[in-house]
Design a protein around this ligand. Structure first.
Ligand code: GDP
Length: 422
């Protein structure tokens, strides 16, 4: 895009940990694929020429080709996923819009999100949406149209609408973060379905609260269910609408500090004592007081070239704006580390197991060739020069192959663990 304000590559972003690891593991799998194909060709030749390899072995090798191709495909699609929950109107859509720096999701009265909405990056320049069970791409020209499309569609509350938004319009989408907005936790009885359908592969959960009230039973219950199904989910808590508390007519700064510390204590207790998903220190870094609406307005002003405070809604804008940025930083660190571990660790151990299996099969074939050679040596006089030649050649090729596989396994192990450590 020509608009550089909207598209600023940020090499320092913690999301780059994931982006780099994804590239690296994709490259490694590219190499594994090459080796597997090469080995399969070699095995097929052994089968055809000398029958040292039987049909079952040949088929097993071929199955590795498919396995590796399947893993590569999953890898290409891997992303970081963040899901937002909380009561209706707490500001979930506004938080997502603020992070995306643009009003993408409809928010406000009459635009209650009544199904799951996923925003993800799209490589082409166009924006469109797709509803569950349909392959039709509905073009999205503007936010009004998107809101209407979402209202018109008769959607079940646990169904998913996917919004594809041009990657170059937002850094987070470009770096493979996928956002999921949910209907309010107050409207659903199907929490189990929600979690099974939309949460199991989420790397981070954000609970959006209304700072003007206390956490409700529905909000707590939802996260209790999540933490029963997932081991130690990463949960951030945003006390949103913090601008509204600051603009209360009689509100003193000391009152605000008191409310803040009460909310903080409750949120930390919830994460540590109730859900037991974080320790005190970590929980302390997962609770924030923000204003999503104000942050979005500030960013829209920034995009126009104006100072961000032009979007301020109340006293204390700067502190709230910094706190939102602090949340984003911690969120980016957390999501990218978690996604690298959960998504790539599994692929790298599968890669190791495929290459390990191939190595032991080749070792086995190598042994058979050795026996075959010894046998042939006993009958040396019967051998023609040509057979001897083929045999030596075969030994050489197998030895090369074996060496190659050993090197490959070492390389893969080294690269994978290096990528993971990084
Ligand atoms: P959702 O139902 O949780 O997705 O909530 P929305 O994002 O649709 O927000 C509901 C209403 O609250 C909208 O009119 C927003 O503009 C408003 N809102 C959201 N966040 C804030 C905030 O931080 N401060 C204020 N004052 N209003 C907000």
């Amino acid at each position: 895009t020509s608009d550089t304000r909207l598209y600023q590559p940020n090499a320092k972003s913690p999301l780059q940990i994931f982006v780099r690891a994804k590239k690296k593991i994709n490259d490694i799998y590219g190499e594994i694929e090459e080796y597997v194909l090469e080995t399969t060709t070699f095995i097929n030749a052994l089968h055809a020429e000398a029958e040292i390899v039987d049909k079952a072995e040949r088929e097993l090798f071929e199955s590795y080709v498919y396995k590796v191709a399947a893993i590569r495909e999953v890898l290409q699609r891997d992303h970081m996923k963040v899901a937002f929950f909380g009561r209706t109107s707490n500001g979930k859509s506004s938080v997502i819009n603020a992070m995306l720096r643009e009003k993408i999701l409809p928010s406000g009265i009459g635009h209650t999100t009544n199904c799951f909405c996923q925003v993800e990056g799209n490589d082409g320049g166009e924006a469109y949406l797709m509803t569950e069970g349909s392959a039709e791409k509905l073009n999205v020209v503007n936010i009004k149209q998107l809101a209407n499309a979402l209202c018109q569609e008769k959607l079940c509350e646990s169904s998913l609408v996917r919004i594809f938004w041009p990657r170059e319009r937002c850094r987070l989408l470009r770096d493979d973060v996928v956002f999921v907005d949910s209907p309010g936790v107050d409207v659903s009885a199907n929490l189990d379905d929600w979690i099974d359908n939309h949460c199991l592969n989420a790397d981070v959960f954000v609970l959006v609260l209304n700072a003007e009230s206390t956490m409700t039973r529905a909000e707590k219950q939802f996260f209790h269910t999540v933490s029963q199904k997932l081991s130690k989910p990463n949960i951030f808590i945003l006390n949103n609408r913090w601008d509204a508390s600051a603009s209360e007519p009689e509100c003193q700064e000391s009152d605000l500090a008191k409310v803040k510390s009460q909310h903080t204590e409750r949120c930390i207790d919830f994460l540590t004592k109730e859900l037991k998903v974080s320790n005190e220190k970590e929980a302390g870094e997962r609770v924030f007081f923000v204003s999503a609406r104000e942050t979005l307005q500030a960013r829209i002003e920034e995009a126009k070239g104006n100072p961000p405070h032009m979007g301020a809604l109340a006293e204390g804008f700067q502190i709230r704006y910094f706190e939102f940025q602090d949340f984003e930083r911690k969120f980016e660190e957390c999501i990218s580390q978690s996604a690298v571990k959960t998504k790539f660790q599994q692929h790298s151990s599968r890669g190791k197991s495929v290459s390990g299996d191939m190595r032991s099969m080749l070792d086995n074939i190598y042994e058979r060739i050795t026996i075959f050679r010894n046998l042939k040596q006993d009958q040396k006089t019967l051998l023609t020069d040509r057979i001897q030649g083929t045999e030596t050649q075969m030994m050489q090729v197998t030895r090369d192959m074996k060496l190659k596989i050993h090197t490959m396994v070492e390389e893969v192990e080294e690269k994978v663990s290096k990528a993971l450590n990084e």
